[in-house]
Design a protein around this ligand. Sequence first.
Ligand code: ZN
Length: 56
Amino acid sequence: MRMHQCYYCEQLFESKEQLYEHVEIHSDIERNKEIMDRKKKAEERDPVKPKVKKVE
Ligand SMILES: [Zn+2]
């Protein structure tokens, strides 16, 4: 029987379903990284101003 290998971490799975389920973890991480990168770049372009709290 052919094993399915995760192309992110090279872990082996017996079924494609298991592999797909596993790969979702990685795609979530990738997505989060992308969001973080975009956020970082946006901050470089337009630095976040320090928040001033209003004192009542
Ligand atoms: Zn993996």
